[in-house]
Ligand binder design. Structure first.
Ligand code: 5GP
Ligand code: ZN
Length: 114
């Protein structure tokens, strides 16, 4: 499958990895929108959060229970706060169709999003 995040997950395309385990990889966004901007990506190709299956429950919990707080702590953004974003589908502004969690921090964000 010609998927950029699958290729980053296998190392075929280089990235600045900040975390990796058996099911997930996290790396710096190529075009950061904040002082800290990493993408947390499952190694399994899942198109978006709308495509999660029951079998992905453990993976989803792993991302949000284990990886997001761990990386927020390690990257120094847990105390002041941060933003977790999953752009989904065309209206959601998703440009890479392999599920990813944006973890952004190091500045104050506004609401509502554009
Ligand atoms: P989306 O727009 O789908 O929510 O987010 C895709 C993100 O992937 C964007 O923030 C974009 O900068 C990032 N991105 C796209 N291609 C690459 C790449 O080849 N390497 C890295 N590190 N980030 C990428
Ligand atoms: Zn993929």
């Amino acid at each position: 499958m010609d998927c950029i995040f699958c290729k980053i997950a296998t190392g075929e395309i280089p990235s600045q990895k900040v975390y990796e385990d058996e099911s997930v990889v996290a790396f710096k966004d190529l075009s950061p929108k904040a002082p800290v901007h990493v993408l947390i990506v499952p190694k399994k190709h899942i198109q978006s959060v709308a495509h999660f299956q029951t079998e992905d429950k453990e993976l989803a919990a792993h991302i949000f229970v284990d990886v997001v707080p761990k990386l927020a702590n390690e990257l120094g953004i847990a105390e002041n706060g941060f933003r977790v974003v999953m752009n989904t589908g065309d209206d959601g502004g998703q440009t890479v169709h392999h599920l990813h969690v944006h973890l952004l921090g190091g500045r104050k964000f506004t609401w509502p999003p554009g």
